[in-house]
Ligand binder design. Structure first.
Ligand code: AQP
Length: 333
């Protein structure tokens, strides 16, 4: 049984890009592997955010994940900041991480352009990610394509640390993708992303889903209803491939190519299929919201289980690196 780790930022709602690219995979992997899934709030604070909203967003993310099928009986679900070893190991790993590698990360380059003054936390984001994964000595990391470069760096950090402090101590984690490794946002341009405001939330109500989808970008060549379109250039068509049955997908492609219907007709069918796909999740989420104490208990127990593993790894890391054990001075951690 492989160890699996993955995380999601509570920087907004759980959207269909997160779901198709990562969370759906988590739900499948928890059936056959030992899985640790974390709501990574320390990652979320590397971008500009509203402190008054973070707690509610963290709770909502837990609700979203549980509604999507994350089962606390089959995996460990916890909030990153409840397990202090994450930041502790992150510091340790900064000491073997080359600065130049951090500076060349695409996500860092993109996001630092959006900030007037670039915080060091943004640069060190992949180091904290390395700590998240390595604390649990995870073999597999189910993520979207946007995280591939970070995972390459995590493997390099592993090689450097192992070479210096303990051959084979950390495994080199492998990326695990779904077939939907990059879902494009409703703008038809960038990856669907909470911070880009181009998302459809899996728990959005039916009317909101339709209002979001209505203005979504399609093939720019289809200016008028009578203009034939190219499904390969249309993000709405690619979403049909994830939410509509095969015969509907064929019908959509044919109607688009032959200008047999308008983009709004095509979007209405997609909206109905997205709405239907998430009905059970909306119901589960409503049930969980009515019982917040259940969600709190799941997160409490998850953090406790995660800490047991994380504390063991950290103790071994400190020993391998020659730090004076706290127990020697009778200090309890
Ligand atoms: N569009 C996407 N397609 C496929 N997978 C995706 N993931 C995110 N967007 C897509 C995967 O979802 C997991 C959680 O990632 P995240 O919390 O960083 O999600 P986000 O929506 O990208 O969040 P933010 O807050 O807006 O962050 P940035 O600005 O960094 O994109 C990951 O496995 C991710 O690969």
């Amino acid at each position: 049984m492989a160890r699996v780790f993955s995380g999601i930022q509570p920087s907004g709602e759980l959207h269909i890009g997160n779901y198709l690219g990562a969370v759906r995979n988590w739900v499948a992997l928890q059936e056959r592997h030992e899985c640790f899934f974390s709501i990574v709030d320390y990652h979320a604070i590397t971008q500009s955010y509203e402190p008054a909203q973070l707690e509610a967003q963290t709770f909502d993310m837990a609700v979203g994940l549980l509604a999507a099928g994350i089962d606390p009986e089959r995996c460990v679900l916890f909030v990153q900041s409840h397990v202090p070893e994450h930041t502790e190991l992150a510091w340790v790993l900064t000491t073997v991480t080359p600065l130049g590698e951090l500076e060349r990360m695409t996500q860092f380059k993109d996001k630092s352009q959006l900030q007037e003054s670039v915080p060091a936390g943004l640069l060190n984001y992949p180091v904290l990610q390395a700590a998240d994964i390595l604390l649990y000595k995870a073999d597999l990391v189910p993520v979207g394509q946007d995280q591939e470069q970070h995972l390459e760096l995590v493997r390099e950090i592993v090689r450097k640390w192992n070479r210096r402090f303990g051959a084979g101590f950390f495994p080199e984690p492998q990326v695990h993708h779904t077939e939907a490794k990059r879902i494009v946002g409703l703008d038809g341009q960038a990856k669907m992303s909470k911070s880009l405001n181009n998302t459809i939330g899996i728990l959005d109500d039916p009317e909101r889903i339709w209002q979001l989808l209505r203005p979504a970008m399609t093939d720019p060549a289809r200016v008028r209803r009578i203009d034939p379109g190219d499904p390969a250039k249309c993000n709405v068509f690619s979403l049909h491939q994830y939410f509509s049955p095969a015969d509907t997908v064929d019908h959509v492609a044919d109607s688009c190519r032959g200008a047999k219907w308008g983009c709004l007709d095509c979007k209405r069918v997609l909206a109905d299929n997205i709405i239907a796909a998430f009905v059970p999740m909306r119901e589960r989420a409503a049930e969980l919201r009515a019982h917040p104490e259940r969600v709190h208990e799941i997160l409490r127990s998850g953090a406790e289980r995660a800490r047991a593993v994380a504390a063991e790894t950290m103790a071994a890391v400190r020993a391998a690196m020659g730090l004076l054990p706290a127990e020697k001075v009778a200090l309890r951690r």
